[in-house]
Write a protein that binds this ligand. Structure first.
Ligand code: SF4
Ligand code: SF4
Length: 396
């Protein structure tokens, strides 16, 4: 495996190369980079020079605070643009877009593999043996057109059992020995506090990808600190979820100016978080994300933002996962709420529909139509039955 890059800041030489590429792309390669965006890349040298990379726990990997969540990426040039601007953490999965996310990312990083940290995922739900896991990683490497990935993650762990899958552990050891993967990771969306505690106790994992935003801070901040103190690198996701929810609310919710930028900067305030992945399928979003990373939330703005999110997210899903296992009919409420975010928040209908339709029989919200009253008690006051019926009518 190539040696990883140790540079901790974006250098002047790198910036000039980024600016040159920005100019070339602004000339028409992408057709989506506005004059404002190109100018922001070519006039922000001083700002770009101070974006500090962060260390991803005991992996020692140095990462730009903003990462590209490649689940919705459709154009290699967009991911390449992110790389040009200093983004070096890229998150994908075997299941995203039925493998096309990995293919697109591989094209984007072609010839510049050593500049990137690449994390992919293997799903536990369709594998039994270590051979199954190793075969899945081999297939991911083929789609990525790479010899190795930096991190392989168990995808969507939601129980203590998912943290302790021996076949995955054995597969990781074999693949690591063969030079196909460097570090062992795990991603979680639900039941997060319990699962993170289990991960820390297990001691197998170098990195965790978890849901973290101003809406679930009270619950997550302490356990993130604990994981970091145990040497585990923390990558956050769904950092924009409370803003997406508030923006899509039927009744208008009051938010501060530039809420997306502030939502990202809120996450970066936590020094225990090395990286926040954001779904950025367009040039605009990449540019805006990088611009956010070049700034910082002031303490006054942080306070105002937290207050606004607390107010705005009353009755909205915070992705806490507390509803997991509560439905007597086994509807996967937390997963379905996440698909709702993909649909309404990210505008990614095809991903939301594909995931919803792939739910095992009985796990969809079809059952909610016959339910006389919902047994789920959401600590954040989300009207679960109403949301489930609405989602089913739109995604089934
Ligand atoms: S519906 Fe409520 S309990 Fe379920 S994940 Fe959302 S906020 Fe948490
Ligand atoms: S409405 Fe009924 S079936 Fe639907 S989530 Fe609530 S308890 Fe489960």
């Amino acid at each position: 495996m190539p040696r990883r890059r140790h540079t901790s800041d974006i250098t002047r030489r790198e910036f000039l190369r980024h600016a040159a590429v920005a100019a070339a792309m602004g000339a028409g390669v992408a057709g989506g980079v506005s004059a404002r965006q190109t100018a922001s890349a070519s006039t922000g040298e001083e700002e770009a020079a101070v974006v500090k990379r962060r260390t991803l726990g005991r992996t020692g990997l140095e990462v730009f605070p903003l990462g590209l969540g490649a689940g919705g990426i459709r154009e290699a040039a967009v991911a390449r643009r992110a790389l040009d601007l200093g983004v070096n953490y890229f998150d994908t999965a075997e299941g995203y877009q039925e493998g096309n996310s990995e293919i697109t990312l591989g094209k984007a990083l072609k010839g510049r593999r050593d500049e990137a940290v690449v994390a992919t995922k293997w799903g536990w739900w369709e594998k039994e043996t270590a051979d199954d896991y190793v075969a899945a990683l081999d297939a991911s490497l083929k789609r990525l057109d790479m010899d190795y990935v930096d991190i392989i993650q168990i995808h969507a762990a939601s129980t203590r059992e998912h943290v302790a899958i021996e076949a995955a552990r054995e597969a990781f050891e074999r693949a690591h020995k063969a030079g196909k993967v460097r570090f062992n990771g795990i991603s979680i969306h639900e039941n997060q506090v319990e699962v993170v505690e289990a991960i820390i106790a297990q001691g197998w994992y170098d990195e965790i990808l978890l849901v973290y935003n101003a809406g679930n801070a009270q619950q997550m901040k302490p356990v993130i600190r604990k994981a970091r103190e145990a040497g585990i690198g923390i990558v956050a996701m769904k950092g924009l979820a409370p803003v997406h929810e508030a923006m899509k609310a039927e009744e208008p919710r009051e938010l501060p100016d530039e809420p997306y930028r502030k939502a990202m900067q809120w996450v970066w305030k936590d020094e225990n978080v090395a990286n926040l992945i954001v779904s950025m399928p367009t040039f605009d979003q990449v540019e805006e994300g990088v611009a956010a990373a070049r700034g910082e939330l002031t303490p006054a703005d942080q306070k105002k933002f937290e207050e606004a999110i607390t107010q705005a997210s009353l009755g909205m899903c915070r992705m806490c996962g507390a509803c997991t296992g509560q439905c007597a009919k086994a509807v996967q409420v937390a997963d379905i709420m996440r698909y709702r975010l993909y649909h309404d928040g990210y505008g990614d209908r095809s991903r939301a529909v594909a995931l919803y339709r792939a739910l095992r029989p009985g796990a969809s919200a079809a059952a909610c139509g016959d339910c006389t009253s919902c047994s789920i008690v959401c600590p954040w006051g989300v009207p679960v039955q109403e949301r489930m019926r609405d989602l089913h009518s739109r995604l089934a």
